[in-house]
Design a binder for this molecule. Sequence first.
Ligand code: PLP
Length: 451
Amino acid sequence: MTKANNERSRALVEEESAYMAPTARIPYYDMVVDHGRGAKIYDVDGNEYIDLISSASATNVGHCHPQVVKAVCDQAQKLLLYSPAYMYQEPEIKLVEKLCQIAPGDTPKKAVFGTSGSDANDAVMKFARAYTGRPYMVTFQGSYHGSTYGSMSLSGLSLNMVRKMGPLVPGIYHIPYPDSFHQGVDHLSEKEQVDYFMRPLLDMTNMYLPPDEVACVLMEPIAGDMGIIPAPPAYMRALYAWCREHGILFAVDEINQGMGRSGTWWSIEHYGIEPDLMSVGKSIASGLPLSAIVGKADIMDALSFPAHIFTTSGNPVCCAAALATIDVIEKEHLLERGTELGEYARARFQKMVDEHPIAAAVRGCGLNLGVDIMEPGTRTKSAKMALKIVYRAFELGVVIITYADSVLRFQPPLVIERDELDHALDVIDQCIGEVERGEVPDDLVPAGKGW
Ligand SMILES: Cc1ncc(COP(=O)(O)O)c(C=O)c1O
């Protein structure tokens, strides 16, 4: 199927351009989404697409899951908001308990809510500094943690995310992410790789950053925006042990990678490490504005009210959506489903990597895979070819975007049907082939699109 037309989408995009400031969107194709069901979305022109990015990993249980929609509607009839800053409401009480129960590890937990992943990562910094009494944070180059001043300072991804807005929040140091493939050190032994990636941290904390003044290391155990890159387990063990040795908290950002995305509730579960603090967002309420920070209870008791308070955080409609979302993941066994379908998809992508020289590698677990598009036989990224694949897939009714310039971002809803998955993978395979053979014209990708 080739997309018939998108005239209405184009007209609406044009209409918006006069009023919407350009910073609010990373532009891909002119698509105005009208509605969605499961793994499918439909534009205002009536075209149907298979969604391979789940609204940026924010709708893991699928678009408009009936149980989530019902919970939202029922709660909306009762109460839209009474600010949790002053009063209690039942959905929030039930959700905070549930979140603490499903958080990794056995240590008693407490949590607080926010409205975006960004403010949850601000909270990591607040609680870590308050609990330890130490000023400094360590995060990773290439990471994305959000767009508020705190979380953009914690990030290290894009000049445009900080340009013209400094000074940023002080006291944050960035170290290289353990990405052996793109750093070209995957030929080294496991131990050599660990030494290689621990070295910048050790040098820094030997020379100019006293480790006993570091409050917290914050990381994504699987780096989403860098191209879905799981940190090597041996590195994670070494980093965690180093944090423990120096009394430094270890915090994980599960905003993109949590809520079943990698086949477990939280990506840190793949490493058997209990984090001290964890930020959650995106899919927690199936995309309604809700975030949370969950941490060991004594750490979360380190701040008194009103240190982290927002009028609309823990909104009852969002909390009802979150309770329903968690229930759906449990009752529909979506962790197991994501793991199984993820293994299947990974094998299919591996076949594409074996057959297509421009498909250089596939990484990840669960329905959470990154596929590198590179100049054949090299480690040179090809953003141009990756975008052509994305645009051609869109023509054929499959929505996918890129990460880190040239990595195809594969994060479909965990409820995707097997035939939908097969069809989408066939389309991606076809598009990679067409781009490789030079059959897709350059002008299919308008200038200035993508990251
Ligand atoms: C890992 C990670 N952390 C934080 C954020 C920020 O979340 P939000 O956009 O909800 O503020 C994102 C968003 O893409 C993310 O991927």
